[in-house]
Design a protein around this ligand. Structure first.
Ligand code: PLP
Length: 433
């Protein structure tokens, strides 16, 4: 991983003119025009820093959904094979762009279901506990859905989460997890660890883990390694194929702007693409298309190669259409350019906050840009909910995580340097009031 000194961060100034200058010289500034920015009560566009929770709507989302509705009206069932984007193979339109987004080969990714459903499907195949090797390693804080999914899988296999869960915790008084603790935990549990299942970017702290090294170490000690990329996909650079990660899941409604409850994403490494003997929960869309419709003649499930073989149902086209729009947009810019702007934007926010932070407001996200995405998490000393609602009143949208954390995510696609300036200025004035 590059260290802070490897990453070029320009000198910043604290005045508003400087924010305008940064926007003026930002090659990606025009992308903001591609999105609907919600308005505050005074009619002005708000400062939207909650893209880590629900990304904004690309303007092109509406028309692509309407086009599919028209297709359905005009063609009925023939829309499966006719029209501009036949529904039968619709998910394949997202294959190449989705693969580039997470550093995968095209056959390794598929858009389907939702994050938690995909996590279960992946654990059905990749959590194969034996009596001696039955543990799953997760982190704290762990997103509730992930912990429920993991515990229920452990129970499903007849084990007790009390024995089979290894929880990686930050040290006393710290928020982020240290590499030494990750390494020593994997090593300590090496005889009993079946699966390492961590969030690539932590949803509370914004800490980005070194997934390459974790995969390497997990594999060295005989564990399967999977990641939840809910806060990583569309936020940081990923090389899932090269890192040898066994599987990964993510949602497309956070940084990937595909709409509330959008269809999720799933990665299965090529090394498992022909592992047809793995247990899996099957459905017709995962079946080889050449025998898919011969159900009564061919009742045996014949999985497709690659990630496609884990699909269950024919996809919800109206929900998949905005994902296509979003992936195309990301692909037209490229993650490298987005990450470059993202690091600057977040460094700028950190610079402005540094002048402001004191005991009542402390940043808990790693300071090294290589160990975080765009989100900065602030521990608020007073009443954090109160601060959040005062921000909202000033047209600044962030979000809150128990017990006292405000998360602010300046995203490179639609946030500006002026957004960041206004956010910090609002915090300053709330602090004084
Ligand atoms: C957002 C998020 C989820 C949400 O799960 P869904 O199945 O999409 O509702 C799960 N895990 C993590 C880590 C998340 O950040």
């Amino acid at each position: 991983m590059p260290s802070k000194s490897d990453i070029q961060i320009p000198e910043f100034r604290g005045d508003e003119d400087f924010a305008r200058e940064l926007d003026h010289s930002d090659p990606l500034a025009r992308l903001r025009e591609e999105f609907h920015i919600p308005r505050a009560t005074n009619g002005e566009p708000c400062v939207y820093l909650a893209g880590n929770s629900l990304g904004l709507q690309p303007k092109a989302a509406r028309s692509i959904v309407l086009e599919e509705l028209d297709q359905w009206a005009r063609l009925g069932v023939d829309g499966h094979f006719e029209g501009e984007r036949p529904w039968y193979s619709y998910h394949e339109l997202l294959r190449e762009t989705g693969a580039r987004l997470v550093g995968a080969k095209p056959g390794e990714v598929v858009a389907m279901n939702s994050l938690t459903a995909n996590l279960h499907l992946m654990m059905v195949s990749f959590y194969r506990p034996t009596r001696d090797r039955c543990k799953i390693m997760i982190e704290e804080p762990c997103f509730p859905s992930d912990i429920y999914a993991v515990k229920s899988q452990i129970g499903f296999h007849g084990h007790d989460p009390k024995d089979a869960l290894v929880v990686l915790r930050p040290r006393e008084g710290e928020w982020c997890i240290r590499w030494d603790d990750i390494a020593s935990t994997i090593e300590r549990e090496r005889e009993r660890l079946s699966l390492v299942m961590l969030g690539g970017v932590n949803f509370v702290t914004g800490q980005l883990l070194d997934m390459r090294r974790i995969a390497e170490l997990g594999h060295r000690f005989g564990a399967v390694v999977g990641f939840d990329l809910a806060h990583a996909a569309g936020n940081v650079l990923l090389q899932l194929h090269e890192w040898g990660v066994d599987f990964a899941v993510w949602c497309n409604y956070k940084y990937l702007n595909s709409g509330p409850g959008a269809v999720g994403g799933c990665f299965v490494h090529e090394k498992h693409s022909k592992s047809f003997d793995l247990p899996r929960f099957a459905g017709w869309w995962g079946n080889d298309p050449s025998t898919r419709f011969k159900m009564h003649l061919q009742p045996e499930f014949i999985p497709r190669e690659g990630a496609d073989g884990w699909q269950l149902s024919n996809p919800p086209i109206l929900a998949l259409a905005p994902v296509k729009v979003s992936y195309d947009l990301f692909d037209s810019v490229g993650m490298d350019a987005l990450r470059t702007k993202s690091m600057r934007l977040t460094a700028y926010m950190e610079f402005l906050l540094d002048a402001l932070l004191h005991e009542s407001c402390e940043a808990i996200t790693p300071r090294n840009p290589a160990e975080r995405g765009c989100q900065l998490s602030l521990k608020i000393g007073g009443n954090a909910r109160n601060v959040l609602s005062k921000l909202h009143h000033r047209g600044v949208v962030c979000d809150f995580r128990e017990p006292n954390v405000i998360r602010a995510a300046p995203v490179p696609l639609y946030n500006s340097y002026c957004d960041v300036w206004r956010f910090v200025e609002s915090l300053r004035s709330i602090g004084k009031s």
